[in-house]
Design a binder for this molecule. Structure first.
Ligand SMILES: [Zn+2]
Length: 365
């Protein structure tokens, strides 16, 4: 039980911290605890904020599966009339009846009822380049012949119906149903473990990136950094967020500051409070020891520079965006001062701004 909860949180954070996979409150995750109960991310919650205590709804998914088997089966003669009876209202009622506890269940809960143990439904930019392109679904079929393809339907009852029929239809032909593409919408991946779901999602994205000849490195590196930091005691619950701010971009002002080896954010209190003492610059082949050595010396970094991109280590996406805001400002101030001498806060003044918890944490390592 505990492990399934951890796996559920893991896939939720994995997708939630990645702008390329889930935007705003989009996307959702689930885990089946037994042959009846499923946890699914609640409506109105951000994926990265899912925790043991909040962000999910407990659902009797068996009730949903039984309903669909009874009423929406693709191979049933009686289907047309009965399937039409599955309207938005019937869908909402079914969801209410199936809800055991927790916040409001998402209308996309139906997408999770029939899939494997762990399920991640995301809205990846790379996938939607093809699901929204004329002829793109055919390309996806060629690239992933095993995948289930679902034509566009309005999210809710209409999508649930089309989804169920396609899923069962293709499963009858031998597909395992672990990968599903939704036209003009996104991707559903399920598997027996959290790592299997993440690995499969990554493989799909890499394959599409190769097909489209698009660079795909900065986003998965956020996940790589996240995994590295999760090994450090006390940092397990943090997220790693790739900055897409233009001033902090590869070609933005930050690069000018970096090139001159002049990145020093210690010119104002907010930069220290939000951005920590200094950014962590990681080599391509960094090791776990590099992370602990940096933390011992400078405390937990907020900004990490890796392979030309900036990543932010924070408690939540919201917090990461606040840090990004302040660091974007810091890059602008520094860049405009490249040919001037700047006055910085002393080490003592910097320490004064950082709280004692951070100090204590540093000494524990
Ligand atoms: Zn969706």
């Amino acid at each position: 039980m505990e492990n399934r909860m951890q796996g559920f949180i893991r896939i939720s954070k994995y997708a939630g911290m990645r702008n390329d996979l889930a935007q705003a409150g989009g996307g959702n995750t689930s885990v089946k605890l037994d042959d009846r109960v499923m946890l699914v991310k609640s409506s109105g919650f951000q994926l990265a904020d899912v925790s043991e205590d909040s962000g999910y709804t407990k659902i009797d998914y068996r009730m949903i599966v039984d309903y669909f088997q009874e009423n929406v089966r693709a191979d049933r003669q009686s289907v047309p009339a009965e399937a039409d009876a599955f309207t938005e209202d019937t869908g909402k009622k079914l969801l209410q009846e199936a809800q055991i506890e927790g916040g409001r269940a998402s209308i996309e809960t139906f997408l999770h009822a029939i899939t494997g143990k762990y399920t991640l439904h995301s809205h990846p930019a790379l996938v939607n380049i093809l699901t929204a392109r004329a002829g793109g679904m055919d390309v996806l079929h060629t690239l992933f012949p095993e995948a289930v393809l679902v034509p566009y339907r309005k999210p809710g009852a209409a999508l649930a119906k089309a989804y169920y029929k396609r899923y069962c239809g293709q499963q009858a032909q031998g597909a395992d149903g672990s990968v599903i593409f939704l036209e003009n919408h996104g991707l559903v991946v399920s598997g027996d473990s959290a790592d299997q779901v993440i690995g499969c999602t990554e493989e799909i994205l890499q394959k599409i990136a190769d097909y489209l000849q698009l660079p795909y490195e900065a986003c998965p590196n956020a996940t790589k950094l996240w995994d590295a930091f999760a090994e450090i005691p006390g940092l397990k619950d943090k997220i790693v967020y790739l900055s897409e701010n233009s001033f902090l971009s590869r070609n933005g002002l930050a690069q000018a500051v970096l090139k001159e080896e002049k990145w020093n954010q210690a010119f104002c209190p907010d930069c220290i409070v939000y951005g920590s003492k200094r950014p962590l610059f990681l080599a391509d082949d960094f090791s776990a020891a590099d992370l602990t050595a940096f933390i011992k010396k400078n405390g937990i970094p907020a900004m990490i520079c890796f392979r030309g991109y900036f990543y932010i280590l924070a408690e939540s996406v919201k917090k990461a965006q606040e840090i990004e805001n302040v660091m974007s400002f810091a890059a602008q101030v520094q860049a405009a001062n490249l040919s001037h001498e700047m006055n910085y806060l002393s080490e003592g003044q910097q320490d004064e701004l950082l709280n004692w918890d951070a100090e204590k944490f540093r000494r524990q390592l």
